[in-house]
Design a protein around this ligand. Structure first.
Ligand code: ZN
Length: 143
């Protein structure tokens, strides 16, 4: 379980919660990163969805990830994004793929760090930024 904290200036767009992945978003509000796992072939599934893309099974359970991972790749974005109001102001932020200890790679942000200090292979741990709408966004900070 990870901390659910105020976003501290980071944009936190509220996700659209589809019914089939509601367990995922409910978990975020409790500080849990839940991953779908196929009970047929045991694949871990990312992004969350109610079927297995590896074998087609509809038998999927939810497991809690440890919240530990490493940075697989990243970029520092120094420009705003005009089509996303939350990201309009050009404050540098890190967009990254984090490889979870369990295997899946998820697109996320690296927070609570000097953006110049981020490195591929760096150990990171999970933190959730509260959207204030019953969900939270999984992000990572240096471990
Ligand atoms: Zn499967």
């Amino acid at each position: 379980m990870a901390d659910v904290v105020s976003p501290n200036g980071h944009p936190t767009p509220v996700p659209t919660v589809q019914p089939e992945v509601k367990p995922f978003w409910d978990g975020t509000a409790e500080g849990k990163l839940l991953l779908p796992k196929c009970t047929g072939c045991e694949s871990l599934i990312w992004f969350p969805r109610p079927f297995c893309p590896a074998c087609g099974s509809l038998d999927v359970e939810w497991i809690e990830a440890s919240g530990q991972g490493t940075i697989y790749s990243y970029t520092v974005n120094r420009r705003g994004a005009g089509d996303l109001p939350e990201y309009k102001d050009p404050v540098p932020y890190v967009l990254a793929y984090v490889e979870l200890a369990e295997g899946p790679r998820i697109m996320t942000n690296i927070v609570d760090c000097d953006v110049e200090s981020v490195r591929i292979g760096q150990a990171v741990s999970l933190v959730f930024h509260d959207t204030g709408q019953g969900t939270a966004l999984p992000r990572f900070r240096p471990a």
